[in-house]
Write a protein that binds this ligand. Structure first.
Ligand SMILES: Cc1cc2nc3c(=O)[nH]c(=O)nc-3n(C[C@H](O)[C@H](O)[C@H](O)COP(=O)(O)OP(=O)(O)OC[C@H]3O[C@@H](n4cnc5c(N)ncnc54)[C@H](O)[C@@H]3O)c2cc1C
Length: 268
């Protein structure tokens, strides 16, 4: 239906981004295609070294899944920081990732984890790396007629430490700035590290230079300061009601420093 109706049609998942956009007249699709009846789009399963989450899995279901909490605790931590329970009962992982809203929390975590998005359209299925998916605010690599089916996430090694640190004005708010960190330690030093940033640019950001600043270090003050500075250097937030651009840029660095400290405490 999506391919046949073309760009006049939009998939409807939980509706918690799309319906507000329609009420504000920022979107006025001629057709809504309700994904709610497609059972195959739901569910969380392990597939070898990966976890695969169906696009219509709700944020609430992610929080309640014991296997996910054990193997990818950062997803539960992040989902708990999205909005409030009412939103999370119906808001889906697919809608959160496909919307392309830089304020959404899950995309930066997917960049950090090196996830791949499984998409499908009339022409067949393909995979897009999360790190290649976001092209601008509300602009993604999805072609017209394509939709997100599932997310495939490689599980970091046992003993990894992870953290999603989010600064927000109040419960239920989008991030002023937020950072996702996944790291492993070896002999007290950082062996691997990946960092993602939320809501400090038109897209979620992957921050390899910030991660490189701490790899090989024991996360001493100088290395953490360098990582925070590298994150601030790529942040290009707008001034808005969450604060002036300079403040939000600074907070990107602060969130990285806090997330690194908590990820280290959880590793091992
Ligand atoms: C008050 C409030 C506060 C919120 N706070 C936060 C927050 O702090 N952090 C956060 O991350 N989010 C927040 N959200 C957004 C919430 O997480 C949304 O539920 C989510 O962004 C969209 O998921 P959805 O299932 O509701 O998608 P929908 O609203 O149904 O769809 C969103 C967009 O994605 C498209 N889409 C949906 N599913 C697919 C698919 N499978 N393939 C291709 N395109 C698809 C739709 O066509 C639409 O364009 C908030 C929402 C509200 C109402």
């Amino acid at each position: 239906m999506l391919a046949d109706l073309g760009t006049d049609a939009r998939p409807l998942a939980g509706g918690h981004s799309l319906i507000p956009m329609m009420k504000l007249r920022l979107a006025s699709p001629a057709h809504l295609i309700d994904l709610g009846g497609i059972a195959a789009l739901k569910g969380i399963r392990a597939d070898g070294a990966d976890i695969v989450i169906g696009a219509m899995t709700t944020q609430h279901e992610m929080i309640g899944d014991a296997g996910l909490a054990a193997r990818l605790p950062i997803l539960k931590e992040t989902a708990l920081l999205i909005a409030d329970p009412q939103v999370r009962y119906v808001g889906t992982i697919g809608g959160n990732l496909a919307n392309g809203d830089p304020g959404n929390d899950l995309p930066a975590v997917m960049l950090c984890l090196g996830a791949a998005y499984q998409v499908a359209g009339k022409g067949g299925a393909r995979r897009i790396a999360a790190r290649d998916f976001y092209e601008g605010a509300y602009m993604t690599a999805l072609e017209p007629g394509e939709m997100l089916i599932a997310v495939r996430i490689p599980v970091p090694p046992q003993g990894h430490g992870a953290c999603y640190e989010k600064l927000k004005r109040k419960v239920g708010d989008y991030a002023t700035a937020a950072a996702a960190v996944v790291l492993t330690l070896s002999g007290g030093r950082v062996a691997t590290c990946s960092i993602g940033l939320t809501n400090v640019a038109e897209t979620p950001l992957w921050a390899p230079a910030a991660a490189a600043a701490v790899i090989g270090s024991d996360l001493g003050a100088a290395a953490v300061k360098q990582a925070a500075a590298a994150a601030e250097a790529i942040a290009q937030p707008a001034s808005d009601n969450r604060g002036p651009a300079a403040y939000r840029k600074k907070m990107a660095g602060v969130m990285v420093a806090r997330a690194l400290a908590r990820a280290r405490a959880r590793a091992g």
